[in-house]
Design a protein around this ligand. Structure first.
Ligand code: GAR
Length: 187
């Protein structure tokens, strides 16, 4: 059975979708660690309810990103993690963590990459007037949302209600992320 770590900064609905898929044996894996950079985030509560170990930290209590990433690496190593899944983790991974977990980190992003990288992707897309939105899952490298694409799913939407686009997109994410993790682990 493979061992997953999920990184999140916010609500954690993708974290929960992946953890639940593992518990239901839809994926032959176990979520062994949840890493969060915001102690007040809802995902921390979700991890507690699911009884999943966490590493929760405040970046401001470290002198540099490399310092907290070294701690993250120690936690990942101790938990013998095979694959890291970023799920709404709103920080750029530095070369320190990338080097330690090379080709073992994936991310989900709420746009059809390479369009609309970075924060507020849905809002950027609405501002641009796009009619086809989407979700991308990709390998993480040193570029911002630029690693090789693993899976994508598009949906048509006309309008400017960002909350509605988020709702449609998240429903896709909660299915696509577990499915994609399963495929990667079977390769
Ligand atoms: C997800 O919709 C994910 O696509 C997005 O954050 C959300 C987290 O939701 N990620 C990014 O914008 C990355 N740039 P969740 O905490 O409920 O899983």
């Amino acid at each position: 059975m493979k061992r997953l770590a999920i990184f999140a900064s916010g609500a954690g609905t993708n974290f929960e979708a992946i953890a639940t898929a593992c518990r239901r044996k839809e994926i032959d894996a176990e979520v062994v660690l949840m890493v969060c950079d915001r102690p007040a985030a809802k995902v921390v509560e979700r991890a507690k309810l699911l009884d999943i170990p966490t590493f929760v930290f405040s970046p401001s209590s470290y002198a540099a990103k490399a310092d907290y990433e070294r701690e993250i690496i120690a936690q990942l190593d101790a938990a013998k993690v095979d694959l890291v899944c970023l799920a709404g983790y709103m920080r750029i991974i530095s070369p320190v963590l990338l080097a330690a977990y090379n080709h073992r980190i994936i991310n989900i992003h709420p746009s059809l990459l390479p369009a609309f990288r970075g924060a507020n992707a849905v809002e950027q897309a609405i501002e641009y007037g796009v009619k086809v939105f989407g979700i991308t899952i990709h390998w993480v490298d040193e570029s911002l949302d630029g690693g090789k694409i693993i899976a994508q799913e598009a949906f048509a939407y006309e309008g400017n209600d960002a909350a509605e686009v988020h709702r449609i997109g998240q429903a896709i994410e909660h299915r696509l992320y577990p499915e994609t993790i399963k495929k990667i682990l079977n390769e």
